[in-house]
Write a protein that binds this ligand. Structure first.
Ligand code: DX5
Ligand code: ZN
Length: 221
């Protein structure tokens, strides 16, 4: 298992959309360097969020490592438009894409890290022949579409399988959904190096306190 410094990537979905600037300043002051964007199309998931123009503006003004999580059908149709924004990573769902290997290599060709997300019921075996084409695996520990849902405990078995499958490869294994300061340490010990935190980061708008608690739970000072 490759050991990496654990990353906390707050999900904008739980921020206050009327006060994004203020929320981002607090994140920066709390030492956060990654930001997770949930892009939903109301087809792949029953929710609709934001897309290209909003992300363009947010990226222009905020120097985070921006990670784009596409919960959309036919991701190959919409993702290429985001290449020029040069985000750190682009992740799409294996369940939504007919030709994942092609899309992963297109993303990489543009100098962007390529990731695949797995719904809670999707096996890690679907990635077996894609490991050479991947930089990240995003394990969904809730059904995608909303923040504030409860961690699905059967996903723990998948975490073990995924970490084992990735072994010593240079692939980040990320967890998205229901991660908070009561369970983050356990998942880190299981080999997860990248945590998407929505409600755990923005709860009650006590952002700096929340980030401090997550860092403390992980043992980061
Ligand atoms: C769910 C999204 C998540 C969500 C996580 O579809 O992919 O990124 O914002 O929110 P929490 O951490 O509250 O489960
Ligand atoms: Zn997400």
């Amino acid at each position: 298992m490759s050991i990496k410094y654990p990353v906390i990537s707050p999900s904008v979905l739980s921020a206050d959309f009327y006060n994004l600037k203020a929320d981002f300043e607090v994140l920066k002051a709390s030492g956060i360097t990654f930001l997770h964007h949930d892009i939903m199309d109301n087809h792949f998931v029953p929710n609709l969020t934001y897309g290209y123009p909003v992300i363009k503006s947010l990226m222009k003004e905020n120097d985070f490592n921006h990670d784009l999580h596409f919960m959309v059908e036919n991701p190959d149709r919409v993702i290429p438009m985001y290449f020029e924004l040069n985000p750190r990573s682009i992740t799409f769902h294996i369940e939504a894409c007919m030709h994942p290997q092609r899309l992963l290599s297109e993303i990489r060709k543009n100098g962007i890290k390529a990731g695949i997300a797995l719904n809670p019921a999707t096996s890690v075996d679907t990635l077996k022949y894609l490991l050479d084409d991947l930089d990240e695996i995003l394990i969904m520990s809730v059904n995608p579409g909303f923040s504030g849902q409860k961690f699905i405990s059967s996903v723990k078995k998948k975490i073990v399988e995924c970490v084992e499958m990735v072994n010593n490869r240079d692939i980040y294994v990320a967890l998205d959904g229901g991660v908070d300061n009561t369970n983050i340490k356990e998942f880190n010990e299981m080999g997860i190096d990248y945590f998407v935190c929505g409600s755990a980061a923005f709860r009650d708008r006590k952002i700096s306190e929340n980030i401090l608690k997550l860092n403390q739970a992980l043992g980061i000072n």
